[in-house]
Design a protein around this ligand. Structure first.
Ligand SMILES: [Zn+2]
Length: 397
């Protein structure tokens, strides 16, 4: 069931404001939405009738007598699921309308590049495993969001290139929706992280910010005016391949001196070979982080250099985009304490400064929840956009 496209534009706007605020009284929607109380009232009645929101007494408010009535989302209004392809495994999450994660599942796939047919097969299997933890079936899902690294066109559903797909360019969205029998939306995985912050995380009360993810690759999501900025061709922002060193280290893209070639986990693992016992990449990275934390000088210097390179990349972003907030996220950010000092120092030294407060740098350690929320947010975002489009089409017609 997808009731969204039938919403009026004021109802669609009221819905996203209620989502942002958690629980809110009707009268408190008037200002933020810049609508009359009568219009707000009609919009919220529409949302109640569509069974998307519900009333709840404001038990926290002081004073005697009957408590105020607040509006909040109905968790069971609809359900979505989402997934992310990582190097070696797929994670799937099932979320309710509030964005709470009901169940997750993960399965292994071969490391490196895999064929789309295998991806679809494994993803379907993983989704079934996740749904077993709920009372839902595949047919109950209103939308499915899928994120992967690489050049991904959300509008067409085409993945032009990915470090994890062997047969790109390929229309991943069509392959998935044929198998899952529900609307599918795909995106670059850094955009998933940006949406997770915007809908559920540190960006919830912000309109403009950047999200930088650091793990197997480096990603950048740009939020402008409260919406994801995907660029003219819908390819997003390729921060990973910003050059930080002429003739520098070799990157996965085939060029030299890219930021990713110094900061991503494969870059750290390459250097880790000189500091820890050789072995599995993940084990080497764990050992490297442990040694660096314990004060092992060579190990610590590897993180310090990564921190400097990332700080330089962030300073370049700040000089171009002047964002008020940058959120750092992703697996490597677990070891942020090893990078933090150099990131901060290099950023401050290289970003142009005026007599205004500098960019805020915020670290968000989500763990696996980041991608689960991101994939769910992508599905919910698509439903919300469909609502907006439906409303605009009706107004135009
Ligand atoms: Zn590169």
């Amino acid at each position: 069931m997808n009731p969204h496209p039938d919403l009026s534009s004021s109802a669609a706007r009221a819905l996203s404001e209620i989502r942002r605020r958690g629980a809110v009284a009707r009268v408190d929607l008037v200002g933020p939405l810049d609508l009359s109380f009568a219009t707000v009232s009609a919009a919220t009645t529409e949302l109640m009738e569509a069974a998307l929101i519900e009333e709840t007494p404001d038990t926290a408010a002081p004073g005697r007598g009957r408590p105020r009535t607040l509006l909040r989302l109905r968790p069971d209004a609809l359900h979505v699921a989402g997934a992310k392809l990582n190097d070696g495994f797929i994670t799937v999450a099932v979320l309710d309308f509030c964005g709470d994660v009901l169940a997750t599942a993960s399965t292994d796939v071969p490391k490196g590049r895999i064929a789309t047919a295998l991806l679809v097969e494994q993803l379907d299997r993983t989704l079934h495993a996740a749904l077993r933890g709920t009372a839902l079936e595949k047919g109950d899902l209103a939308a499915f969001g899928f994120g992967l690294p690489g050049f991904v066109e959300t509008e067409s559903g085409l993945c032009r290139w990915s470090p994890l797909l062997s047969d790109a360019p390929v229309n991943v969205r069509d392959a998935l929706s044929a198998r899952l029998s529900c609307p599918v939306v795909i995106d670059n995985d850094a955009n998933l992280a940006a949406l997770a912050e915007l809908w559920f995380g540190k960006g919830r009360h912000e309109t403009d910010f950047l999200v930088v993810t650091v793990e197997h690759g480096v990603g950048l999501g740009i939020v402008l005016d409260g919406a994801l900025f995907r660029g003219a061709r819908g390819l997003g922002a390729e921060f990973a391949h910003m050059k930080v060193q002429i003739d520098g280290a070799l990157c996965r893209c085939g060029q030299r001196g890219c930021l990713e070639a110094y900061v991503a986990d494969y870059a750290l693992a390459r250097e880790a070979g000189l500091a820890v016992e050789p072995g599995d990449r993940d084990a080497m990275l764990e050992a490297l982080a442990r040694q660096a934390t314990e004060g092992h000088e060579i190990s610590a210097s590897i993180y310090r250099r990564a921190g400097r390179m990332l700080g330089l990349g962030l300073a370049n972003l700040v000089n171009i985009l002047d964002p008020p907030l940058i959120i750092l996220s992703g697996e490597t950010i677990r070891h942020h304490h090893l990078l933090a000092e150099e990131i901060e120092r290099t950023l401050r030294a290289n970003a142009l400064s005026i007599d205004r407060p500098p960019v805020r740098l915020s670290v968000h350690r989500w763990g696996d929840q980041l991608w689960a929320h991101g994939a769910g947010a992508l599905a919910l975002d698509r439903l919300a956009m469909a609502a907006g489009d439906g409303a605009e089409a009706r107004q135009a017609g």
